[in-house]
Design a binder for this molecule. Sequence first.
Ligand code: SF4
Ligand code: SF4
Length: 400
Amino acid sequence: MKKIYLKLRKTVTPTVIVICGVLILLSLFAANLFFFEFGSDDSGYAITPVLIILLLSIIGIVLCLWLRRRIVRNDPVMGRFVGERMSLGPVGTNKSQRKFGFMTIRWLIMLISFFGLIYGVKWLGQGFGNIEIPIFACPINQDQLIDSSCYTLSHLNSLVGMSWSEIGIFFGSLLLSIVVLGRFICGFLCPMGLLQDLTHETRQGLKIEGLSLNEKLYQRLKPIKWMMLLLFLGLGFVGGNFCNICPAITVSPALAGFKVSLFLSGFFMIVVIIGSFFKRRFFCNICPLGYLIGLGHRISLFRIKKDCQACTECGACYEACPMGIKTIYTEREKSDVTTADCIMCGECIDKCPENKALAMSFGGVKFYSASRKTFMSGHKKTERKLKRFIRKRDKNESDL
Ligand code: SF4
Ligand code: SF4
């Protein structure tokens, strides 16, 4: 029995520990269910359950960290080296040394889009009534419905009652969004994307080690993506409502101050916050809307290009990619390395040390390319150390 117990402990990985933390949170959530059921006649703002979600997420993260430390430290095998690894800072460039550039612009666009979609949509709804917004923006509430392709896609059965012109507008705006923006929406405009990036930055700022999925785990996500897509498109037909389980509903309508029921979506939001704290863009890896847009990537104007001659196969792009896209590193022939999973975040280009090995283009025009200079600007200290090392080594060699 003791042998089995020890064997079990040896196989415990931080991933399993995170799942345990989520399960504990589930029981916490079950005990507090009533907090999330805001009735339609409730006069309170939905910001209250949002704050509870935030609080429960923090408790969940602390629990996960505590469990990870405790189990890993007591583990005779893992504790030997993981204890040291956990004290290490985040691997990557030194952000304080980076200059204003593509990544700063991305953060600015994400912030503008966040407030624009949440408060702008609220204002538009009050001013113009029913309007169609391509892809993103949840309908705020039933009295003040702002339609979006996302909402219609998750309620495909509603197409039956629509006129031909309305159906045309819906499919037209969807197609236009896929062609003009594609998954640029995920990397730059989605409010869920900003929230996940903020939780990731918080972890990095606290110098806590995250989790990285290996290739096998990324492969296993594929059936989950299809399952989510099926749920997203099909739930409406069997009398369900995907919005009831979508974590995004806790962001835009709730933060805008409208009354919504955060029942299951509230719980999934807690899972998303904990997940994205440990794994960057956790939800984007299984988001059905993002995947659906990604499936149309061949007709999208945003592309990731690779110069296979300039690439030195260092693998830094794969390491940096929050979506675990390996072809960006392994591709040796094709110049177009855009895939359905690519959210156009530009992290691979930012971390690529070879001039013009990777680039982002729009309509064939490259507007952001990998640059050694930009890459090295984040490694000034490392560069100085390296120079000192080379000088010392050369001196030693000449002395011999
Ligand atoms: S391939 Fe590059 S741009 Fe696409 S998701 Fe990965 S890091 Fe972001
Ligand atoms: S980071 Fe740049 S040089 Fe390194 S493997 Fe990726 S594309 Fe090639």
